[in-house]
Design a protein around this ligand. Structure first.
Ligand code: IMP
Ligand code: MG
Length: 178
């Protein structure tokens, strides 16, 4: 990690401990259910890889990849699915895993699409939540950390495609993007 560019917000140890707690909570809540964990690419891949190893239940995984529809998307929240699921969600307990919920527009859209496909239920697990930025009513049942309106990178989160490999959750110093 280049500490001239970032400040550590949550250390690797803090993240690991919190992910473990989330996994234990999910393990308790999903007993006897047909659990399908769906990661939203790319940001969720590291968090999801660690999270599922803390869930002590039989489960399946799938991934979806989305991208925004230009400028109009920002207000409409309409996103384009660039990679859809490989398997059906019908009858499954779907746990959507995201890196961060910001405005909520992306997840709200994905959640609505999935609900039409007859899953048993759909819940959201995010590593980070920025509720002060919310524009669409997304409520995550499982939240790693609630944060202020800061731009963060690392542990899967990027800035211009970079920093996903940083093991801690870091605040990107404004000097990097100004
Ligand atoms: P939204 O909730 O639809 O606004 O979009 C959430 C997506 O925006 C996340 O999946 C991230 O890809 C991206 N995002 C939002 N805030 C941050 C941040 O602080 N760092 C990196 N990516 C972010
Ligand atoms: Mg993302």
């Amino acid at each position: 990690m280049n500490l001239e560019e970032v400040d550590i917000l949550f250390s690797q140890e803090q993240v690991k401990a919190r992910v473990k707690e989330l996994g234990q909570q999910i393990t308790r809540d999903y007993q006897g259910q047909n659990l399908l964990v769906i990661g939203v690419l790319k940001g969720a891949f590291i968090f999801m890889a660690d999270l599922i190893r803390e869930i002590n239940l039989p489960l399946e995984v799938d991934f979806i990849s989305v991208s925004s529809y230009g400028a109009s998307t920002v207000s409409s929240g309409e996103v384009r699915i660039t990679k859809d699921l490989d398997h059906s969600v019908e009858g499954k307990s779907v746990l959507l895993v995201e890196d961060i919920v910001d405005t909520g527009l992306t997840l709200n859209y994905i959640e609505e699409i999935f609900k039409k496909r007859n899953p048993a239920n759909v819940k959201i697990c995010c590593l980070l939540d920025k509720p002060s930025r919310r524009r669409s009513p997304v409520a995550a049942e499982y939240v790693g950390f609630t944060i202020e309106d800061l731009f963060v990178v690392g542990y899967g989160l990027d800035y211009a495609g970079k920093y996903r490999n940083y093991p801690a959750v870091c605040i990107l110093k404004p000097s990097v993007y100004i």
